[in-house]
Write a protein that binds this ligand. Structure first.
Ligand code: ANZ
Ligand code: ZN
Length: 832
């Protein structure tokens, strides 16, 4: 064929691959399994370049593994519940389902145009009843095992989306989706007890050497384990005690006040009937409207109020005032803290503002003790030596820490305590477009779970979409039901689940997508799990990955699968940028995949995006870069067409596997050509297989193409050598540019798909270099380069140098003192 017509080639092969089910994963196979997974997309309507990058990366891995002898599972699906569909419903009066399924159809078409090697029989869609029935099933399973509970909670509330948000969905005090300031509201909500798994989620990060360090660090910080002490302060003239949580009990002789969270129940008892009551109440009411994150952000001014009461430091016997303040969280620790201005920055600031004493109890090591009462300019937060601390004076503070914990435990006024920042996961959403929580409220029986065999609880159609209201509450047909236990009148829970619920187990559904009894059979999960390579954006480093790890561990503990961790290796791909900024609609700097594919074809789009940067790095879009990749593919096309006629003849009927090349005698040029072919195989194999350095892999293939163009001009070109080079180019390039390579391959007379071909092996013999270049120096100065046999010994090399005709010229009038040789590298002739 004359011209590279991608627009004909690409759809033709895409159709064949899908029709023939070339990329079907076998549940039963002798080959070892390999599970390659990209984070599934939200069907927003169109693919963007970030998707293209994500899916191209995984496709190269999947194709490479398939050719390397693995039985590969490479599925795709749709994370298709969530707010945008509902907002579109309000705006356009189209049902969320309609909007969503239309987007899925559109994006599926776009994905197929990319030529990604998916097993389409395993496609999952989280908003389909066949899927969400099992999300509900999983919910009930967690409920049965005591990991789901309902409680009234002060929740983050987005007034604009009219829904509860998880802490994670609040960014700088605003709604992650619409940027409206988040407020607080008290609601009955469903929670998942992820905190039961806090320690193991932390510990098992050790089992993930294949994850980026930065992601593990983010998870670790999110879990936020801290080792501290709970200490009891008795309240003066009052039966109650205050328990504070501190990580620095060693600073307790420096306490100048104790602060309770405004919501702390003790506050009410302390101020009841006192002159402080009114002001304290007003303060509490003001805090209620504020969201926790806004209240405690470092930028927020610390604010507090005296309650009129005092408590006693159990170590020093000192009396200190009890305050309330905005920065103390009710939900963390005990909801009460001790203020140590000298050794905590926040307390220092608070003490300056409200004029509390600032008492040093730790001095930097080496500081004379006389300085123990010198006023501080700032809090001293480092380690040091104890002062002003009674019996602990002179000890290193970390040693005192242990002794002070012991003292509290022995005297019964405190104990060591481990705390986690991680909170239980609030999964209730007051929205329509999510999986209904399968719970029923009966006046007789209370809260009754829907029996698992009665799932799914379907989303109703008779709902009204209005901003600020949960549409499910408008459907009488949904709300009214009968109690599964007593058969009496009952009503359904109208909250739906956070969409993170759907994405916390989808990778398990892929292992057994057609199962209508169970979310997945144990056998299937045990065969395919865990995911060998997971690829996605770093924005999911915390939530999605943590929830998925939690689900996997819990389901393992319930007996449904055996792996400890869902994702063996994780690659977080960089962003696609234009003009240095991430491509995004809001910035108006997007290049649409459709545009690029229609102009250059999917192979060029894929090749560019894989070639332009290593996968973890950000990638700068470049029109010239795309143009260059397109030219390269054309070059490959022309190169192949020059061999086509002969090869077609040769390959046809020759049996397809492992072309046997009949080389005969090889001259130097032929040997050099073969060496480069096999060096390239070696390079690409390790770049793709071990390191995902796709960019360097592609550039070495490009060099091989150049070399073959030159070799072709050799008067004694060895046809078999050229054929080997050409076919190697095609196979190595196959995972990157699957259509053009498939087309040429078949044009060359092969019957089997190039993508089911075995990955080429390196011929060690071809790598052996027969001659090497050695540098010749006189007194360390470069004079010349000489070609010598690669295996030459030091003595032979020296002898050869001594015979060089030009040696006399360079050493004229001088005497050769000695000749230093480094075989294979250099010869230095030392003269005097
Ligand atoms: C006194 C102290 C002195 C503290 C000092 C620190 C340094 P992590 O590591 O995150 O657990 N704290 C405890 N509960 C709190 C709450 N509910 N709201 C706000 N702050 C709270 O942090 C533990 C430290 O955070 C605790 O140790 C306490 O301040 C504060 F030189 O106690 B510390
Ligand atoms: Zn009942």
């Amino acid at each position: 064929q004359e011209k590279y017509l991608f627009s004909e080639i690409e759809p033709k092969w895409q159709k064949k691959w899908v029709d023939r089910k070339d990329y079907k994963a076998e549940d039963h196979s002798d080959k070892p399994k390999y599970y390659a997974l990209a984070m599934f997309p939200y069907p927003s309507g169109n693919l963007h370049m970030g998707h293209v990058r994500n899916y191209s990366i995984v496709d190269v891995i999947a194709r490479f593994k398939r050719m390397s002898g693995f039985n590969v599972l490479h599925p795709i699906g749709w994370d298709s519940f969530g707010l945008p569909a509902e907002n579109a419903a309000i705006k356009n009066q189209t049902p969320p389902a309609e909007w969503t399924w239309k987007n899925i159809a559109n994006m599926k078409g776009q994905l197929q145009e990319m030529g990604i090697s998916y097993d389409w029989d395993r496609e999952v869609t989280t908003c389909h009843p066949d899927y969400y029935k099992f999300t509900q099933w999983v919910f009930l399973e967690f409920y049965k095992h005591g990991l789901v509970y309902k409680k009234k909670a002060g929740v983050n509330w987005c007034p604009s989306c009219a829904t509860v948000l998880a802490n994670e969905q609040v960014v700088d005090g605003a709604c992650e989706r619409c940027d409206t300031a988040v407020t607080k509201k008290d609601l009955e909500q469903w929670f998942f007890k992820i905190t039961d798994y806090a320690q193991v989620l932390l510990d098992d990060l050790e089992k993930l050497p294949g994850w980026p360090e930065k992601v593990k660090t983010m998870q670790k910080n999110w879990i936020g384990r801290s080792e501290g002490t709970e200490v009891e302060f008795s309240v003066e003239n009052h039966p109650d005690k205050i328990r504070v949580y501190t990580t620095r009990v060693d600073t307790i002789f420096g306490v100048s006040y104790v602060v309770l969270a405004p919501e702390h129940p003790l506050v009410q008892r302390l101020v009841a009937g006192t002159e402080y009551e009114k002001d304290v109440q007003a303060f509490i009411n003001r805090m209620k409207g504020l969201n926790e994150i806004a209240r405690t952000s470092t930028e927020t001014e610390k604010e507090g109020l005296f309650t009129g009461a005092y408590c006693i430091n159990p170590y020093s016997g000192e009396k200190v005032p009890i305050w309330i303040a905005n920065y103390v969280l009710f939900e963390y620790g005990t909801g009460a803290v001790m203020g140590v201005p000298a050794h905590d920055e926040r307390d220092f600031e608070f003490a300056k503002k409200y004029k509390f004493p600032i008492k040093t109890v730790i001095l930097p090591e080496g500081t004379p003790v006389e300085e123990k009462d010198t006023p501080l300019q700032a809090a001293f937060v480092e380690e040091g030596v104890m002062v002003n601390s009674g019996e602990y004076n002179g000890l290193k503070n970390m040693d005192a820490w242990g002794k002070m914990c012991d003292k509290a435990e022995q005297n019964g006024f405190g104990e060591r305590k481990v705390n986690f920042r991680l909170r239980d996961w609030l999964i209730s959403r007051q929205r329509y477009w999510g999986a209904p929580i399968p719970m029923i409220y009966c006046d007789h029986c209370g809260i009754v779970p829907v029996p698992q065999d009665q799932l799914p609880v379907l989303l109703p159609d008779d709902v009204v979409f209005k901003a600020g209201e949960n549409p499910l509450t408008t459907s009488e047909s949904f709300k009214q039901t009968t109690c599964p236990t007593c058969g009496g009148k009952a009503h359904r829970e109208t909250d739906t689940m956070d969409t993170f619920m759907c994405s916390s187990w989808y990778f398990l559904r892929y292992t057994d997508p057609q199962n209508d009894e169970l979310p997945f059979a144990k056998e299937a999960a045990d065969h395919w799990m865990n995911v060998d390579q997971y690829v996605g954006g770093v924005e999911h480093a915390i939530l999605h990955l943590l929830y998925s790890r939690f689900f996997t561990k819990a389901l393992r503990d319930f007996g449904y699968l055996k792996v400890d961790e869902p994702f063996e290796n994780l690659l977080t791909q960089g962003m696609v940028c234009l003009g240095g900024a991430k491509m995004s609609k809001s910035k108006g700097n997007v290049v649409s995949p459709e545009e690029i594919i229609s102009k250059y074809g999917a192979d060029t789009a894929r090749l560019f995006i894989l070639f332009a940067a290593p996968p973890e790095r950000d990638l700068e879009w470049s029109d010239q870069g795309v143009e260059g990749c397109y030219r390269f593919l054309n070059r490959v096309w022309r190169l192949a067409s020059q061999y086509e006629e002969v090869l077609k003849e040769k390959n046809s009927g020759a049996g397809d596997n492992g072309s046997v090349y009949d080389f005969g005698e090889l001259d130097k040029a032929a040997k050099d050509m073969r060496r480069q072919t096999h060096q390239t195989i070696q390079r690409v194999t390790s770049d793709v297989g071990a390191r995902f350095n796709f960019n360097t892999a592609v550039s070495s293939i490009m060099e091989l193409v150049n070399a073959l163009y030159l070799y072709k001009e050799q008067p004694n070109m060895n046809f078999a050598v050229a054929q080997e080079a050409l076919e190697s180019i095609l196979i190595l390039l196959g995972p990157f540019a699957p259509h053009i390579t498939e087309e040429i391959w078949s044009e060359l007379g092969h019957e089997e798909s190039i993508h089911s071909r075995e990955w080429p092996k390196v011929d060690e013999g071809a790598l052996v270099q027969e001659e090497v270049t050695v540098v010749l120096q006189i007194n360390g100065k470069l004079k010349d380069r000489i070609q010598v046999p690669a295996q030459i010994s030091a003595a032979e090399l020296e002898a050869q140098v001594r015979q060089l005709p030009r040696l006399g010229e360079w050493t004229q009038g001088k005497q050769i003192v000695k000749i230093v040789t480094v075989p294979g590298k250099l010869v230095n002739v030392v003269v005097k």
